[in-house]
Design a protein around this ligand. Structure first.
Ligand SMILES: Cc1cc2nc3c(=O)[nH]c(=O)nc-3n(C[C@H](O)[C@H](O)[C@H](O)COP(=O)(O)OP(=O)(O)OC[C@H]3O[C@@H](n4cnc5c(N)ncnc54)[C@H](O)[C@@H]3O)c2cc1C
Length: 341
């Protein structure tokens, strides 16, 4: 494993923003990962593990510690004789390729999470979700390096404390580095097309029982029409989480904005559509300030022009946070990890 110095971070992120990393390395095995973390500890440096860089924003000044790019590859599919297949996927595997392979093998559970950029190891970090599915629901356990004790341990689904775009990894930030994820996918499942947009897609096509592949293709098509292609645009997808508010607050807002979409969470609170609020209430769809805009088709997604700086992205997001607070009283939270700005 080679540790490089003063490596530009921008090309390793989908925002393509950020100054140099003081130290940078890629690791392709657990031994190399341990070596990298030891290097940082010995030098009292901060360290960050990076997957595909699709949910991060780095500072224009760069990062004064060590960036560890996780490229631990490999996966195994095991049929354990039950209704399920157990899959161990290493953290450096590409998420979208992994989803494609599971659908190809007729395994149900992550088809609605098609087309999400990034690596397998980051999927549990924010419990990636889309079109009515969340990855936490099909994760059995994870293998992680506990950087506090420098021991590899297994964390169960329960230990991970998955909830909406949240997990233990966001709360004990930097402590655990995921090296392997164990999934349990169903061999004879049912597709989940309850999400409104997905359901409508099949109603419009007069398909009442879509196949696994049809659902994956539908998700890919819907996303293509609604979200920027990260290979073309500089973006990290949705910049903020949809806010979850009390029923009383929702009722109050509904009086002013009768069309405000809301979905009841298991705890009775209401998740409201921030994209809708930014568009209809804050007039922010397609808003541009300098080099940063909200995406023309989805205001929750920020896009940056070449030359945009992290400071501009932060200033723009502060403006959106201010508008939402002023119009609705809601304090919104970031989804992208911008702790490095
Ligand atoms: C166009 C676009 C669309 C998107 N759509 C969605 C969507 O529909 N749903 C959704 O949930 N997300 C979406 N995202 C966000 C993003 O793709 C996911 O959060 C993805 O899981 C990030 O993976 P990554 O490998 O790029 O993580 P990175 O950006 O590299 O890292 C993200 C965070 O995870 C940590 N991390 C990374 N790897 C590990 C590891 N092995 N162990 C511990 N911590 C780690 C990093 O330190 C960082 O804090 C989208 C992003 C884009 C650009």
């Amino acid at each position: 494993m080679k540790i490089q110095e003063n490596v530009p971070i921008a090309p390793y992120t989908t925002f393509r923003i950020g100054g140099p990393a003081r130290f940078f390395c890629t690791v392709s095995s657990e031994d190399e990962l341990v070596e990298a973390v030891r290097f940082a500890k010995e030098k009292s440096l901060r360290f960050i593990v990076l997957g595909g860089g699709s949910n991060v924003l780095f500072s224009d000044q760069g990062f004064s510690g060590l960036i560890i790019k996780n490229e631990i590859m490999g996966k195994t599919f095991t049929d354990d004789g039950t209704l399920y297949s157990v899959i161990d996927a290493n953290a450096g595997e590409d998420w979208e390729e992994f989803v494609a392979e599971t659908v190809e093998k007729d395994l149900f559970g992550i088809e609605n999470l098609s087309s999400i950029p990034g690596k397998v190891g980051a999927a549990p970090v924010q419990n990636i979700g889309a079109y009515g599915a969340e990855v936490g629901n099909v994760i059995e356990s994870l293998r992680v390096l506990d950087t506090k004790t420098m021991k590899f341990i297994d964390l169960s689904f329960v230990d991970c404390k998955f909830s909406y775009r949240d997990s233990i990894f966001k709360h004990e930030k930097g402590r655990y580095i995921v090296t392997k994820v164990r999934f349990r996918l169903c061999k004879q499942g049912d597709v989940n097309i309850e999400y409104k947009e997905l359901g409508k897609y099949f109603i419009d096509k007069h398909i009442s029982k879509p196949s696994l592949k049809e659902v994956r293709n539908a998700v890919i098509e819907i996303r293509k029409n609604k979200l920027p292609d990260w290979k073309v645009w500089r973006t990290a997808g949705s910049f903020f989480k949809n806010p979850i508010i009390t029923g009383d607050k929702f009722a109050e807002l509904k009086k002013i904005y009768p069309d405000l979409p809301g979905y009841t969470e298991p705890d009775g609170r209401i998740k409201v559509s921030l994209g809708w609020i930014l568009d209809k209430v804050c007039d922010a769809k397609g808003l541009t300030i300098g080099n940063v805009s909200t995406y023309e088709k989805q205001a929750l997604v920020l896009v940056a022009k070449p030359g945009a700086t992290a400071s501009e992205v932060v200033a723009f997001s502060n403006e959106l946070m201010h508008r939402v607070k002023e119009k609705t009283g809601i304090e919104i939270e970031g989804e992208v990890d911008w702790a490095f700005v």
